[in-house]
Design a protein around this ligand. Structure first.
Ligand code: 6R9
Length: 661
């Protein structure tokens, strides 16, 4: 008989503080319930109301949701708008022209501020440059730039003229860049001479050059280069030009291109479970609505806040919570070029102190590594910084284990700031399941309840809703405005991935497993569906075991758990562990492995004990900081690694992790 290991949510609930409730835009459970009820009673009226309140339309829409081509849903389809107008002109017209839009801190600590009116002028000049080179509505523009004001300007400039941007993370290789340029059929690439991270100058333009000769990039007519370091870069006339030279010759105004709400705003490539990355396509109107709305409701951003999202613009988080959302509501935000550990691991805390950041949004992987650093060197512990400006903390990208949550809450938030564990995906455009600061009592390890209007559920393989307490497949029943529209060039893959036949098109399939708490109904994400293990008929999330391991805070810095096939038990649990002490071997390694097994056995149950445990100096991660689980599964099976490991920071770790104990 299959049995579900309960997630055993800790009993501690952290209720919102009186101060937070007083201040929050959405206050108290009753307010949340009213919104949920409004959305349920008449989704069109609910989303239509919000779309009218939060977005400035050139031509108002007359229909909210059009389901005729389901699952290719359309929202606000006959309305017209411009995303850049909504983010910039609107603020200037509302008297916020002189307000700081972006506080940019460079790798070396140099700070540049730009106001809304100056940002608008820069976006307009850049938009005019693009237009003067024949780029227009519907053309694809690939952006290969680092964290910078110029990067945000590039995205906004595309939006202004109706061009579709596709940002490629500046850490991706020439081959990945080529694949994305070829798939989008981009007519232009926007890049910079170099990027600077952790005191090092790294190439950008040179990688574009490499990508463009790999074949399949004939569509690219222009490469425009922003100057960052002044380092020498080869130029190929007439294809390559300096952006600054062209922009200086352009006027600082540019009439926005009014597009239909369904006009694609951007393509962003993300990994699927197999094969080549998918070009996730987002639509202008619905996406912008959710970006703005979640900034207001989840982050509770107001005029006096300083928001800082540490994501890179190469990921969806940097799109929604840097390039669009905060600007669409006229907030002030910090944009950071560097890395959290340079010049030391106190950088984040120092920046929060210096810029008086009030709402801070980062990833569990960053928190876990900073915990490890702070424990190794007290000088970079957050307690040495004045973090009293903080009022809300957020987490995104992967499950945050309770130990990291507690540390973040206590040492960064001083025990007074709610930690919002926001669950969402590239495909969902913005937050899906998340606490709201003035509403939701928090439970470490749970993303709590759906954002009002998001109809999330946990179902079994046949699509039947499961009772609370039983783990299953996370789905979204009703469409929502910021959902993925299609996969670029591959509508069939869109349907197969997200609206598979098993569910007869009834649900959006997130690709994650989830379980709802028996009494609160809170959601806990149990990991990607392919990460859910089944050992002797017992179903358990890899995350539960990881959490148990990292709860040994004096010994374990980080852990990742995957399954490997086993003839008798179906699957066996394999744990990859980074210790807070030098890499062990031989008897010592065996002794520590046993200690960890016994601990997990005690924490979750004997069934969850890892069959084998492997130690490494670190874990293999993608450049975005996600653990490369597929690679770990290969290692766990004892098979030769055939995956692309070119993005690994420390390839030597593969050998260490090959040894089971
Ligand atoms: C925004 C983003 C999406 C996948 C998603 C899930 C994992 C993201 C999470 C989380 C647990 C959270 N994920 N947030 N898991 N709790 N709060 O990260 O988008 O890069 O597309 O990743 O990340 O597995 O399916 P993306």
């Amino acid at each position: 008989m299959e049995q579900t290991l309960s997630p055993a949510l800790p009993a501690t609930l952290y209720p919102p503080s009186e101060a937070t409730v007083q201040r929050a835009r959405i206050s108290g459970r009753a307010a949340y319930d009213r919104l949920v009820a409004e959305a349920e009673a008449d989704p069109d009226a609910y989303w239509g109301r919000l779309a009218r309140e939060l977005i400035a339309w050139k031509q108002p829409f007359t229909q909210v949701l059009d389901q005729r081509r389901a699952p290719f849903f359309e929202w606000f389809a006959d309305g017209t708008l411009n995303a850049s107008y909504n983010c910039l002109d609107r603020q200037v017209e509302n008297g916020l022209g002189e307000k700081t839009a972006i506080v940019f801190e460079a790798d070396d600590g140099a700070v540049t501020r730009i106001s809304y009116q100056d940002l608008l002028a820069r976006v307009c000049r850049t938009a005019n440059v693009l237009k003067s080179l024949g780029v227009g509505r519907g053309d694809r523009v690939v952006i290969y730039m680092a964290m910078s004001i110029d990067g945000v300007v590039a995205m906004q400039a595309c939006a202004r003229i109706g061009a579709i941007h596709s940002v490629v993370f500046g850490g991706f290789s020439a081959q990945s860049l080529r694949d994305r340029i070829a798939d989008t059929g981009a007519v232009m690439v926007l890049t910079a001479d170099q990027q600077v991270r952790g005191g090092k100058q790294l190439p950008l333009k040179a990688i574009v050059d490499e990508a463009l000769v790999l074949g399949g990039c004939d569509s690219v007519r222009h490469v425009l280069v922003t100057r960052r370091t002044g380092g020498a870069v080869p130029f190929q006339a007439p294809r390559d030009q300096w952006m600054a030279d062209l922009a200086a010759a352009q006027p600082p105004t540019c009439e926005p291109e009014w597009v239909n709400a369904e006009h694609p705003l951007f393509l962003l490539y993300t990994s699927g479970s197999t094969g080549k990355p998918k070009g996730v396509q987002h639509a202008t109107g619905g996406y912008l609505l959710h970006a703005a709305l979640t900034c207001q409701w989840t982050f509770d951003l107001g005029p006096e806040d300083v928001f800082w999202c540490t994501a890179d613009i190469g990921w969806v988080t940097g799109h929604t919570y840097i390039a669009y959302g905060p600007l669409a509501i006229g907030a002030t935000q910090v944009v950071f070029e560097g890395v959290p550990t340079y010049p030391d691991a106190g950088r984040f805390w120092k920046m929060i102190q210096d810029h008086k950041v009030s709402v801070f949004y980062t990833a569990p992987t960053a928190i876990r590594s900073l915990i490890k650093m702070a424990e190794g060197n007290d000088a970079v512990h957050p307690r040495h910084y004045d973090l009293s400006s903080l009022r809300i903390l957020g987490s995104v990208g992967e499950p945050i284990n309770p130990a990291a949550w507690e540390w973040y809450h206590r040492h960064v938030g001083g025990g007074r700031c709610p930690v919002l564990d926001t669950f969402w995906q590239t495909e969902t455009g913005g937050h899906m399941i998340t606490p709201l600061p003035g509403v939701t009592p928090l439970v470490p390890g749970s993303c709590t309840l759906p954002f009002p209007g998001i109809d999330a559920a946990v179902v079994d393989e046949a699509g039947n809703e499961l009772p609370w307490g039983q783990g299953g497949i996370l789905v979204v029943r009703k469409p929502w405005p910021s959902m993925i529209r299609t996969i670029w060039n591959d509508p069939e893959r869109f349907k197969a991935s997200y609206y598979p036949e098993e569910f007869q098109g009834r649900y959006y399939l997130a690709g994650d497993g989830a379980i709802r708490d028996k009494t609160t109904g809170y959601f806990t994400i149990t990991g990607r569906i392919d990460d859910v293990l089944n050992v002797s008929g017992h179903r358990m999330g890899t995350m539960e075991i990881e959490s148990a391991l990292v709860a040994m805070t004096d010994l374990v810095a980080e852990a990742a758990v995957v399954g490997r096939p086993d003839d008798t038990t179906g699957e066996a649990v394999c744990a990859f562990v980074v210790l807070k002490r030098p890499l062990p071997s031989g008897d010592e390694a065996r002794r520590i492995a046993d200690q960890l097994r016994n601990w997990v056995g005690k924490e979750i149950g004997p069934i969850a004990k890892p069959r084998d445990i492997r130690f490494g100096d670190n874990l293999p991660k993608t450049r975005s900081g996600k653990i490369m689980r597929r690679l770990l599964r290969t290692l766990a099976k004892g098979e030769a690694v055939t995956q692309d490991v070119s993005t690994l920071e420390n390839p030597a770790v593969l050998e260490q992790l090959g040894q089971p104990y």
